[in-house]
Write a protein that binds this ligand. Structure first.
Ligand SMILES: Nc1nc2c(ncn2[C@@H]2O[C@H](COP(=O)(O)OP(=O)(O)OP(=O)(O)O)[C@@H](O)[C@H]2O)c(=O)[nH]1
Ligand SMILES: [Mg+2]
Length: 207
């Protein structure tokens, strides 16, 4: 593990704020990385696994659990932002539009945002709602890392990685490497922590 990763992730992680629609944003204390993706893709589970806590972000089998924007701050270095999921079938198109409005409000007001991790289910693959989200992120010119989740459920995750890579290669804001993760099997978590630690407040100065 890189020294910087250790120094960032050894710190305590705290809930800085849980913002409801229309609520006030917390002060920008650190660099921020936001986690976006379809409902149930595993955003909250991944945040918990990254910080080594199983109780920080609320997870559920019921899609659409996270309807708020939660800010999890690691010391003075990095804040992981849990965005509400989109694409929950029963919620329909109106919910997708409201997701876009809410996240656009977040993106427009957060200068501390360094990157979005767009989570894609490593078993289900890309859905049309993921492409809509990618288009929104491209329009906002937000640097985006695609992270496959739940790869323990896929017998050939490398094939999924290639197909998602091919389908998203045209987006200039999407970083070329697609990470594969599983919180169940502890796959890719160390790699993702290294990736995130490089974005931490002060990391650029320390290079
Ligand atoms: N097999 C497997 N299941 C996972 C993994 N990560 C998460 N899950 C399961 O997926 C379900 C949804 O996880 P959440 O973390 O609540 O998903 P979310 O993206 O935060 O969902 P919303 O808040 O509704 O948008 C839970 O039942 C998790 O246990 C994984 O790596 N492997
Ligand atoms: Mg959640």
């Amino acid at each position: 593990m890189a020294a910087r990763t250790r120094s960032v992730f050894a710190q305590e992680c705290r809930v800085d704020a849980v913002v409801r629609p229309g609520g006030a944003w917390p002060p920008e204390r650190t660099a921020e990385v936001a986690f976006a993706g379809r409902s149930n893709v595993g955003k909250s589970s991944l945040i918990n696994a990254l910080v080594g806590r199983d109780d920080l972000a609320r997870t559920s089998r019921t899609p659409g659990t996270t309807r708020t924007i939660a800010f999890y701050r690691i010391g003075h270095d990095l804040t992981l932002v849990d965005l509400p999921g989109y694409g929950f079938a029963a919620a329909g198109r109106a919910a997708m539009v409201s997701w876009q409005g809410l996240v656009a409000g977040y993106f427009e007001s957060r200068r501390a945002l360094r990157r979005v991790c767009l989570l894609v289910d490593g078993y289900v693959g890309l859905k049309s709602t993921d492409l809509t989200a990618l288009e929104s992120l491209a329009a906002l010119a937000v640097e985006t890392r695609i992270v496959l989740t739940k790869v323990d459920r896929n017998k050939d995750p490398a094939a999924m990685q290639r197909s998602v890579q091919a389908a998203t290669a045209g987006f200039a804001n999407v970083l070329p490497a697609i990470l594969m993760t599983s919180v169940r099997r502890d796959v890719g978590l160390a790699e993702l922590r290294d990736d995130l630690a490089s974005l931490a407040t002060g990391a650029r100065d320390a290079l």
